[in-house]
Design a protein around this ligand. Sequence first.
Ligand code: G3P
Length: 192
Amino acid sequence: MIFAVILLAFLLGSVPFGYVIGKLKGVDVRKHGSGNIGATNVSRVLGKKWGAVVLLLDALKGALPVLLLKLSGAPLHYQVLAGLAAVLGHCFSPFLGFRGGKGVATGLGAFLVISPKVTFFAFLIFIVVFLLTRYVSLSSITAALSYPLLFKFFEKPDEASFIAVAVTAFVIVAKHYQNILRLLRGEEKKFR
Ligand code: G3P
């Protein structure tokens, strides 16, 4: 049952809502803006309303499988593994030739269920960096990097849960490699 839910998390995570909504509106979001299928780029290309819809749907696909495991009393490390599976599904979607987004909203949804307290602090870090810089990518990267540290500090997790959280954060940061290069070159677009 637990492994079925983890597999389901990957499949649910693979559903590229940003891409699907873009296509329904006649736009391939991968060919516009940053080329990402996430909420930030959908906001850029289709407007904030559609960005918010994608943020919600992408967060839900991370949250639901984790919630299912949490409610059924599965140990923390399985919940975190389900979150990681959803993020991997989003980032390497079989429906998009194993390409995909950067996992921020999906990770947010999963992390929110895993630890609302830690997610709140990571979200605060996101907001502060965003207000100071207006770079969504830098805010996402900073929040993702801070998450394992905050998780360790506040939740005192077992080793397997900590490693799964750290891998999830690593995947999210690694998927931002193009943003990191643009930030270093001073070419990253600020969010208006
Ligand atoms: O959630 C992705 C965000 O951190 C960056 O998005 O479109 O600016 O690459 P984007």
